[in-house]
Write a protein that binds this ligand. Structure first.
Ligand code: SF4
Ligand code: SF4
Ligand code: SF4
Ligand code: FES
Length: 966
């Protein structure tokens, strides 16, 4: 929704929730608010603005500036309205002559130590200090600027995204409180006293040298131009605003894109955003510059072979060429010789269209999504046990949790806004159990210490989950009434018998898990005894050969303890990318139509056949790994890959590269020439999230709007390109706006029956199921009964992975994410976020490093049975001896050259999290890295040649600058 620029309304203090309400009178207006509300907020609720400086509604009141004074009948003096709670019958006056005088005096003191350069200040027109001085009618400053002041203090320009100009600071401490209360990093303090007091990052360090994680909460909170976004300094105050959704992680934060024409001035986290409530992380808040990076490719390109130079062509030619080549392949090799891969980075509407194109245009079901390699076990595990492939809660639910288990997930790095919310709850006293091979930040953060850290050996998740369940059942800690009422009791009895067996005890499992039995017993008792116990898990659970078993083990634990169906509890898969949930919901699995309905169901098939006017193939298609195997075998020849970079993200890179190289037609739709596109024959330029309309679904099942803030650089939104390709292949599609695609999804998918763009705009976002029974959506699932009826306890036998440490490969490698980079890094590597993470490194315990003569920063060769690569060493006690760890954000790191082809028994999700490796000190990059560098260089050359030719032909130089080497 486009709005003219206006800062969001600030009520001064946070909203209170209470069963009791209080009625009072403010300036003669009767006001009724929840008990505990401040006088300032009560006034704001009825449009009475009390001046303020140190108060803002995202922070608890502090009461330091004394600008918000009011008069209350029967109360002596002039209390601060921000720190005074409402009382029934209170009579408040906010506008009297005496108050105005007092406030003006206070303001005068502030202004006397503030540069008087408003007209040239970058935030002129968007500064609370300036506004408040104006509102108070301050015309002159009697004290002048001649006395002692802070005007000569130097700026801190160390952070790439914001500037700290202490000369403009009024020491209101909003920044310090934002960092403490909202972000939970505690990077800032007020140093010194009285006149000498000043804001300090860390121990008087530059922001970049401190603990600051660049979330921007302090910048949001600052009422002056002291903390200001560099883009605002450069571009000036915005003109209009569009509310949209972050395209990075599965938290799905809502943002106000603040614009000047078609240029984003800044992204401000939306206070009304239900997933983030006004908070953000460094990626969504600041790392949006990739959208206009010079590497963007904005013209379609084709070539006959990957050794040829690209030819820049018109959209018409590119689409016709693609359709003809794909049809030609089908003519020669059969209907099943082509397929498509969809991406969790794309919108629901885009993913839906690609699977529709495959099923109705390609005439097969060879469509799979990148969730295959991350959360497919969640789909299988939760569907089997609870009946629905989705998380059960809202993020806000964690505010009511008493004990939280975080398993194989690193929220402060991978889901930072949820991480901050969780930290807040933990600071309030909730207990924490971390199950992870590595000591993640939550184990020991400022004011937070995990009660138990079960540092499991990689690959032993099911063993530890079984051990926890064994303790609960053998010690009689389970919730018998809940099970009796809500679960399949026969399956439960069978499961009980299985789980009671001594082979599952913590003592018996200690060898496999590496966790002392007494810790497992204590953690089990803590979770089972919680009023509300909540489990959050991530790819450290799913990406294993027993990923689906572990997800079922988690659901079993929640049912066993009655921790489902209300706020504060639940089973919550933390989705890595922005639209993992949506990509799965949209039917982009080879065996399921939208809404997780199996292809073999004739009634569902008939529904789609009627709507699409086709006959659907009832046989499931190929999964991603099957497509690659078939490509190498010569049976699969054409692939349409939208928004995914399988050459970097999928395991066993050399196998993937061989498969891509054996295709006759690889079509890549992306915003950059990614690793996969280097093997492509057709490049269809994609649109970034800022250039299109659509929706994303986050980890809470929340459908949120993605709104176009600038025209697509290529001239087309991605859904239009898929539609054009479908039409060229003789499979008619005729949409004029993605809203019509959503209408079709809603018509055909029961859990989306009530969803429409109008409703999303009216409500801001909707959590599915949204249907006749729940027209405004469903925050908590499985409230009275499970989606499958009775909850099903699945047997979870622990089977050790084949990937074990041995003499040749004595270490276990596991992988994860870091805050500043995102997934394959294609976006974040093209932003200043690289200042925090320039390369992937190998974390190795000092003991293992010493044994191998490896020093911090040395090149280390890492060899597995799949391949080898070389990274710099980072000696760290975050990993235990025997375990090494790396991230996977840079293509040349080759993290996936060493991951093997092991995968989950049920879903084929790769076992990224366990690879047996050897690490040795080396002096140069690996042979693969050297080859890859050469290949990359050659492909960049071919691209540059194509763009040069095109610009010479068209006489345009500007286009050469649109694409550079990466
Ligand atoms: S930097 Fe801004 S928010 Fe922080 S104390 Fe100074 S004026 Fe207040
Ligand atoms: S940017 Fe975030 S982490 Fe850094 S000082 Fe500000 S609030 Fe703290
Ligand atoms: S990356 Fe995730 S946590 Fe960060 S702003 Fe985007 S959605 Fe929010
Ligand atoms: S706003 Fe109330 S004391 Fe500052």
């Amino acid at each position: 929704m486009l709005q003219y620029y206006e800062p969001e309304k600030d009520y001064g203090t946070p909203q209170r929730r209470s069963d009791q309400s209080v009625t009072l009178s403010i300036d003669g207006v009767e006001v009724t608010v929840p008990a505990g509300t401040s006088v300032m907020r009560a006034a704001a609720e009825v449009g009475i603005k009390v001046p303020k400086l140190c108060a803002t509604d995202s922070l608890e009141a502090f009461g330091s500036c004394r600008v918000c004074l009011v008069e209350i009948e029967g109360v002596r003096g002039s209390p601060a309205s921000c720190t005074t709670a409402v009382v029934p019958g209170m009579i408040v006056h906010t506008q009297t002559e005496a108050l105005e005088k007092l406030r003006r005096n206070v303001m005068e003191l502030y202004i006397s130590d503030h540069p008087l350069d408003c007209l040239t200040c970058p935030t002129n027109g968007d500064c609370e200090l300036q506004d408040t001085a104006g509102e108070l009618g301050l015309r002159e400053v009697r004290y002048g600027l001649a006395g002692a002041n802070h005007l000569a203090l130097q700026k801190d320009l160390s952070n790439p995204y914001f500037t700290f100009d202490p000369a403009k600071c009024i020491v209101c401490s909003r920044c310090v409180r934002a960092c403490d209360e909202v972000q939970g990093t505690f990077a800032l303090t007020i140093e010194g006293r009285g006149f000498d007091s000043k804001v300090s990052a860390g121990q008087g360090e530059a922001f970049m040298d401190s603990e600051c994680v660049s979330c921007g909460a302090c910048v949001n909170a600052c009422p002056t131009a002291t903390l200001t976004e560099n883009t605002l300094i450069e571009l000036g105050v915005p003109e209009h605003t569009v509310v949209t959704t972050c395209a990075y992680c599965g938290v799905g934060c809502s943002f106000r894109a603040e614009m000047k024409g078609n240029t984003v001035v800044r992204m401000i986290p939306d206070k009304d955003g239900k997933a983030n409530e006004g908070h953000a992380c460094v990626k969504g808040r600041f790392a949006f510059g990739y959208a206009t990076h010079k590497d963007r490719i904005t013209r379609p390109m084709i070539r006959d072979s990957i050794d040829d130079a690209w030819r820049v062509v018109s959209w018409e030619e590119a689409i016709a060429y693609t359709a003809q080549r794909l049809r030609d392949i089908q003519g020669r090799y059969g209907r099943n010789s082509i397929g498509a891969i969809t991406s969790s980075r794309c919108t629901n509407e885009e993913v839906y269209l690609v699977q529709k194109l495959v099923r109705s245009g390609f005439g097969n079901n060879n469509v799979d999504t990148c969730a295959r390699v991350c959360h497919s076990p969640t789909g299988y595990g939760l569907k089997t046990t609870l009946g629905e492939s989705a998380g059960t809660q809202t993020f806000a639910s964690v505010d009511k949790a008493d004990v939280v288990i975080v398993m194989g997930s690193n929220p402060t790095e991978a889901h930072p806004v949820f991480g901050s919310r969780l930290k807040k709850r933990l600071r309030e006293g909730a207990k924490l159990i971390v199950i992870d091979p590595r000591s993640i930040e939550l184990v020991n953060a400022p004011h937070i210490h995990a009660d138990y850290h079960l540092a499991v050996n990689p690959g032993s998740n099911v063993a530890v989950l079984n051990a926890l369940a064994h303790v609960i059942v053998t010690e009689g800690l389970h919730d018998a009434a809940f099970i009796e009422q809500r679960c399949d009791v026969e399956a439960f009895a069978h499961w009980m018998e299985f789980m009671r067996d001594a082979r599952h005890s913590p003592e018996a499992m200690a060898g496999a898990t590496g966790v002392p039995a007494d810790q497992v017993r204590a953690a089990a008792r803590l979770y089972a005894g919680a009023g509300n116990g909540a489990i959050y898990y991530g790819l450290g659970v799913t990406e294993h050969s027993q990923g689906s078993t572990a997800v079922m083990g988690i659901a079993n634990l929640a049912m066993l303890t009655g921790n489902l169906g209300r706020e504060g509890v639940g089973v919550n898969p933390m989705r890595g990318q922005n639209n993992v949930q949506g990509a799965c919901d949209m039917g982009s699995f080879p065996h399921e139509l939208p809404g997780y309905r199996h292809l073999s169901d004739q009634v569902t098939r008939a529904l789609f056949e009627r709507e699409w006017n086709v006959t659907l193939d009832p046989e499931p298609g190929m999964r991603i790994p099957n497509m690659f195997d078939a490509a190498i075998d010569g049976d699969f020849k054409g692939l349409y890959c939208q928004g995914e970079d399988v050459a970097q993200s999928d395991p066993d890179t050399q196998h993937i590269q061989a498969a891509l190289a054996s295709l006759e037609c690889l079509v890549v739709q992306d915003i950059f020439l990614n690793e996969t596109a280097k093997y492509a024959h057709v490049f269809l330029p994609g649109a970034s999230f800022l250039e299109k309309n659509g929706t994303f679904i986050n980890a809470e099942r929340r459908i949120s709007p993605v709104r176009k803030v600038m025209p697509p650089l290529s001239g087309k939104e991605d859904w239009e390109v898929t539609m054009d390709l479908a039409n060229a292949m003789g499979s008619p599609m005729n949409y004029r706006h993605p809203a019509q695609i959503m209408d079709e999804i809603a018509r055909l998918t029961p859990t989306f029956h009530g969803v429409s763009y109008d409703k999303i705009d009216a409500l801001g976002s909707i959590q599915w199921p949204c249907d006749e029974q729940a027209p405004a959506g469903t925050p908590t699932m499985h409230v009275d009964e499970f989606v499958r009826g009775k909850g099903f306890f699945a047997l979870t036998e622990y089977v050790a992975t084949d990937e074990r440490a041995n003499r040749k490969f004595p270490l276990l490698l596991t992988t994860g994410r870091i805050l500043s980079q995102y997934n394959v890094g294609a976006q974040t590597r093209r932003t200043a976020n690289s200042a925090w993470h320039e390369e992937d490194t190998l974390e190795i315990h000092p003991f293992d490093a010493e044994e191998r003569g490896i020093a911090d920063g040395d090149w280390v060769g890492i060899a597995s049975r799949a391949g080898n690569t070389v990274l710099h060493a980072q000696i760290s006690e975050r990993v235990k001896p025997g375990v090494v760890y790396t991230t996977f954000h840079h293509p040349l790191s080759g993290a996936n050259v060493i991951t093997t082809d092991n995968s989950d028994w049920a879903t084929n999700c790769p076992e990224y999290k366990v690879t047996a490796v050897q690490a040795t000190r080396v002096t140069e990059p690996s042979a693969w890295q050297a080859r890859q560098r050469k290949f990359d260089h050659r492909q960049q050359q071919l691209l540059a040649e194509a763009l040069l030719t095109e610009s010479l032909l068209s006489g345009s130089k500007a286009d050469i600058e649109l694409v550079g080497g990466s």
